[in-house]
Design a protein around this ligand. Structure first.
Ligand code: ZN
Length: 133
């Protein structure tokens, strides 16, 4: 196990991610006689060269497998991409409101909405129910 020197205590979801990372690198051994290099070790491109196209394909396959029970995603060409991305971020809780930041381990003084000072700042509150937005 690596000897970490954190400036803050690892909490929340980060703890699980750290354990996953430690498991991934637990059998990794440095080879000081070899020169470091970056390789794109991906099945889609045998060349070893990175391309955003291959990354996008692989990420889409991982996030939305063909036979998964995920909600289908459809692209509507009449809606600007930035609007579609925003809706996707709302749907999956990826808007950086205070409560989402807190869930991800960000150290905050409060998760109460700073505008109305009445309710927890969730995506729903920030977009639909805050009386001052
Ligand atoms: Zn509010």
């Amino acid at each position: 196990m690596p000897n970490w020197e954190w400036t803050r205590v690892v909490t929340g979801r980060t703890t699980g991610e750290l354990e996953e990372l430690e498991a991934l690198i637990s059998n990794f051994k440095m080879a000081p006689e070899k020169e470091d290099s970056w390789n794109w070790n991906w099945n889609l491109c045998g060349s070893g060269k990175f391309s955003t196209k291959s990354l996008t394909k692989e990420l889409m396959a991982k996030c939305f497998p063909p036979n998964s029970s995920n909600i289908a995603t459809l692209r509507n060409n009449l809606v600007p991409i930035k609007v579609g991305v925003f809706v996707w971020r709302v749907r999956w809780g990826r808007i950086p409101v205070l409560f989402e930041l807190y869930k991800r381990g960000v150290d905050l003084n409060s998760v109460i909405c700073s505008l109305c000072d009445y309710a927890v700042e969730t995506v729903s509150h920030a977009l639909f129910s805050c009386k001052l937005v």
